[in-house]
Design a protein around this ligand. Structure first.
Ligand SMILES: Nc1nc2c(ncn2[C@@H]2O[C@H](COP(=O)(O)OP(=O)(O)OP(=O)(O)O)[C@@H](O)[C@H]2O)c(=O)[nH]1
Ligand SMILES: [Mg+2]
Length: 237
């Protein structure tokens, strides 16, 4: 007996989901416009952005797999092993504070770390808050407060001098160093300015690493395999 009728037609299913998401996007747009002078209007604008992102995921057939485990469980290490490259920073002491997307793409020749404008402005705001704090209370007090994280004390004078944050960083070493600095800046912020959550901002896009990955050579088979995205997450303490 043929079971073909039980097999979903992926292309049709994809189109159905895309048109449904388009309708939801329209509804969110209308709601945010109607409520433009109401505080909830912003909330619907946020929902609309989420739906637009979700639609893009379905268009690209993106499968997102988040790696979630307690702190120091080996999340970043296992992602490096899956990707086959030592691309995410890991160490014996607490490391990941910024969720990071690793987008595996067969059309990429080299890994590249991409930071969107809102991510950069958010991190720059965090940096200037920390600089202000160090200026007001002095370098010594900042270093003393960081006693629990001795490996981060050398970052304090660097924060004081200022960091340049680029939107695209290539090469394994450059990516790893940039991610180490950015993750550590967020951790320093949680110690020196615990009331500020650098990630709790509207539309904070997480850093993305686009990196090469093998793909089956059978074009017919792989046409609808889509892209795998792995998300490294900060482990709860
Ligand atoms: N022996 C052993 N060590 C491991 C294994 N996996 C990871 N490690 C080590 O454990 C430490 C923590 O690994 P990470 O990958 O940074 O762990 P994480 O879960 O990403 O940590 P956070 O980002 O701080 O939450 C590192 O020193 C790794 O080298 C493993 O399977 N065996
Ligand atoms: Mg980690």
């Amino acid at each position: 007996m043929s079971t073909d009728f039980l097999q979903p037609n992926l292309e049709d299913l994809q189109q159905d989901v895309i048109s449904l998401l388009k309708k939801i996007e329209e509804l969110m747009y209308r709601a945010s416009n109607l409520l433009i002078s109401d505080p909830s209007g912003k909330k619907y604008a946020g929902f609309q952005k989420e739906v637009v992102d979700a639609k893009k995921n379905v268009e690209d057939l993106e499968l997102v797999m988040a790696i979630v485990a307690p702190m120091k469980a080996g999340k970043s290490t296992i992602i490096n092993a899956i990707v086959g490259q030592d691309i995410l920073p890991s160490r014996a002491s607490a490391m990941t504070t910024l969720p990071t997307e690793i987008i595996l793409r067969s059309d990429k020749a080299q890994p590249v770390l991409v930071l969107k404008p809102n991510t950069i402005s958010c991190l720059k705001r965090t940096l200037s808050t920390l600089q202000q704090k160090i200026k007001t209370n002095g370098l010594n007090q900042a270093v003393t407060k960081m006693a629990k994280y001795p490996h981060l004390t050398s970052l304090i004078p660097k924060i004081q001098d200022g960091f340049s944050i680029q939107s695209e960083i290539g090469g394994l070493e450059g990516i790893k160093q940039t991610l180490t600095d950015l993750n550590d800046i967020v951790r320093v912020c949680t110690v020196l300015e615990p009331l500020i959550d650098p990630l709790n901002q509207e539309y904070f896009d997480v850093p993305c690493i686009y990196t090469p990955f093998w793909k089956a050579t059978d074009a017919g088979q792989s046409k609808f395999l889509g892209n795998l995205v792995i998300v490294d997450t900060p482990g709860p303490n």
